[in-house]
Design a binder for this molecule. Structure first.
Ligand SMILES: Nc1ncnc2c1ncn2[C@@H]1O[C@H](COP(=O)(O)OP(=O)(O)O)[C@@H](O)[C@H]1O
Ligand SMILES: [Mg+2]
Length: 227
């Protein structure tokens, strides 16, 4: 594995329904540490399947996938890999409704050995970065869609992951709110020094990344550097 690469995928294949649905049909992809890459393609092209594989939420049928120095086809402790290396942001924020904003953000840290003071301090730091310091004691149900997504971003970053995986992070927001979320992701990618991989089906969103990868029918059909 090249030292600069945090992600290396070779000839990755994944099918569902006993091989009837070929979701990924031979993916080769390398992503450098600290890069911001977008994955774009039509609905059903395999974007989420690919992202889920990167986060070890799903396993490969064939090929190799190495993420942050871990061979995901061989590793046994994928949940430890996930909590240490990966932050997820989904289209729907997946916050827990009966916990406060501050508690939600601390969830990924519960398995760490940090004291409760340290956990709270780190959660507060991120909630300040997403400009929600005045909402920390609210429940997510009291927040707007954009605010909820900001909480989800804070939660994704709280454990200092090396990679943030965002699947259509603005998919359920109006375009103005979506733009605020995208700016925030871009800023935090720099500030927190993480590798950011974002799935989208909108070209203008994909173009915000340093590099865009187009997927169709489970294959990469184009790669371009954005200027
Ligand atoms: N858990 C699953 N079971 C069966 N088929 C699936 C599953 N997940 C995805 N698929 C199928 O795999 C293909 C790729 O899906 P997906 O990765 O979700 O595409 P995208 O995110 O680009 O819309 C689609 O045909 C989809 O229906
Ligand atoms: Mg999808």
């Amino acid at each position: 594995m090249n030292n600069e690469n945090i992600i290396e995928i070779h000839k990755l294949k994944k099918s569902y329904d006993k091989g009837k649905i070929k979701a990924l049909n031979g993916i080769d992809l390398e992503i450098k540490k600290g890069e911001f890459v977008s994955i774009i393609g039509p609905s059903g092209s395999g974007k989420s399947t690919l992202l889920n594989m990167l986060g070890a939420l799903d396993t490969a049928d064939e090929g190799t996938i190495n993420v942050a120095g871990v061979d995901l086809t061989k590793s046994r402790d994928l949940s430890q890999f996930r909590s240490k290396e990966i932050g997820f942001v989904f289209q729907l924020h997946n916050l827990i409704p009966n916990l406060t904003v501050l508690e939600n953000v601390q969830i990924p840290m519960l398995e760490t050995h940090l004291s409760s003071e340290k956990r709270e301090e780190r959660a507060m730091e991120l909630l300040k970065s997403v400009q929600l310091e005045d909402k920390v004691n609210q429940r997510p149900t009291k927040l707007s869609g954009g605010q909820r997504q900001r909480v989800a971003i804070a939660r994704a970053l709280v454990n200092h992951p090396s990679i943030v995986l965002a699947d259509e992070p603005t998919g359920s927001l109006d375009s103005k709110t979506g733009d605020i979320i995208l700016d925030l992701l871009k800023d935090l990618h720099k500030k927190e020094n993480v590798t950011l991989v974002m799935v989208t089906h909108e070209p203008y969103v994909a173009n915000l990344a340093e590099r865009s990868i187009t997927v169709k029918d489970g294959k990469i059909i184009e790669e371009k550097i954005n200027t």
